[in-house]
Design a protein around this ligand. Structure first.
Ligand SMILES: Cc1ncc(COP(=O)(O)O)c(C=O)c1O
Length: 394
């Protein structure tokens, strides 16, 4: 091991941080400013021309608080650089718009966050970008969907809500062999559990609203990759304008400092809950990549350090049974997000997949009784007790 390489907890706390020389403040200040003043035109030109790379002019372009968040994310992902965005969707759309043009083609896997799917199918196609949708674990399908005008392969792992695990080394190999950029939405894993850049994936995206922020209190997105890619991406971000606000960047920095203990706790709690659910007589099926029964357990074990907080299960009964179950939970809040300290619960049929025809939804394996639990950092026993009292009434 490289002697100089710091551990992930140390990186999470210290990476990117530069003590403010004017005050000695241990904590990075919030540079809540739109503009930065210059003492001379020469200095302004040095920043504008890129000669002075750490200088700042206008906070839509760059900002010192944002740079700390970006450097921390890059270190956590093991990437060269990173860029922060006003949301996960701003990150995704800016990445794609920086790469695609009319007449180009993207190979995407078909089990994506609903917003990404909608962007691909309803917006990108309006501008003459062609999309092929492929099963995320059909690697031959991914390869054979590539055409001469393909500019990117886009996937997520684990997927939502059935937490399929995509073999990212295989996807990276396909991209390298064909000379096509590979992009992974790593939101459901977090950099603690999975580092796609180190596996050869070119671009890694997160909805930082989830594990990176970690407290259900910000909306943010991040992208990591090579310096060259991030430079061209921030040039596009400057024009599309989806940059993060300094105050939200500061909350993101604070959230990331505890990424390691939070993720360790979430992985532990979710494993306990998944095992409990697997042995419950009122549960039909459990989807969690850390269970030996999960079809992608061996890939997950190979490429992930832990398996995340999302445990999906099917309750025996119908849609009404599932509604009654989630509505009766006391500790777990009924809301569609994940990755924060609070336990959250949602029904894909009535939230992420609500607008999809039932037939279509069932074809995707999203059943009426499916419940997605995003476990929090509370005591696992209390989460389990909450589930138990709700099972008792259905
Ligand atoms: C996997 C995934 N990617 C992207 C997004 C979009 O992120 P945001 O809500 O921060 O825009 C989400 C949101 O739930 C998500 O779950």
């Amino acid at each position: 091991m490289n002697e100089k390489e710091k551990g992930m907890s140390t990186k999470a706390v210290h990476a990117g941080e530069k003590r403010d020389p004017s005050s000695g403040s241990v904590i990075t200040p919030i540079y809540q400013t739109s503009v930065f003043a210059f003492s001379s035109t020469q200095d302004l030109i040095a920043v504008m021309s890129g000669k002075e790379i750490e200088g700042h002019i206008y906070s839509r372009i760059s900002n010192p608080t944002l740079r700390v968040a970006e450097k921390k994310v890059a270190e956590l992902e093991g990437a060269e650089d990173a860029a922060v965005f006003s949301s996960g969707m701003a990150a995704i759309t800016t990445v794609i718009l920086s790469l695609a043009s009319s007449g180009s083609h993207i190979v995407s896997t078909n089990e994506l966050y609903g917003g990404s799917l909608s962007f691909f199918n309803n917006i990108l196609t309006k501008f003459g970008v062609e999309i092929s949708m492929v099963d995320p674990t059909d690697y031959e399908g991914i390869e054979s969907a590539i055409k001469s005008n393909t500019v990117a392969i886009y996937t997520e792992s684990p997927t939502n809500p059935t937490v399929k695990v995509v073999d990212l080394k295989k996807v990276a190999e396909i991209g390298k062999e064909k000379g096509i950029i590979t992009i992974v939405d790593n939101t459901f894993a977090s950099p603690f559990n999975q580092q796609p850049y180190k596996m050869g994936i070119d671009v890694v995206i997160h909805s930082a609203t989830k594990y990176l922020g970690g407290h259900n209190d910000i909306i943010a997105g991040v992208v990591s990759g090579s310096k060259e890619f991030i430079n061209s991406l921030t040039a596009t971000r400057k024009l599309l304008g989806g940059v993060l606000d300094p105050h939200a960047a500061w909350l993101l920095i604070r959230g990331m400092k505890t990424l390691v203990p939070r993720m360790a706790r979430l992985n532990h709690n979710a494993t306990r809950v998944a095992r409990y659910l697997e042995s419950h007589p009122k549960v039909e099926k459990v989807y969690y990549p850390g269970l030996v029964s999960h079809p992608h357990f061996s890939v997950a074990k190979e490429q992930m350090r832990g398996f995340g907080s999302v445990v999906t299960f099917e309750i025996k009964g119908d849609l009404e049974t599932a509604i009654k179950f989630v509505e009766n939970l006391k500790l777990c809040a009924l809301t569609p997000s994940l990755g924060g300290v609070e336990s959250l619960v949602t029904q894909p049929a009535t939230s992420s997949h609500f607008y999809i025809e039932r037939e279509e939804r069932l074809k995707l394996g999203i059943t009426d009784g499916m419940i997605r639990l995003a476990v929090g950092i509370e005591d696992a026993n209390d989460i389990i007790s909450d589930l138990e009292q709700s099972f008792n009434i259905v």
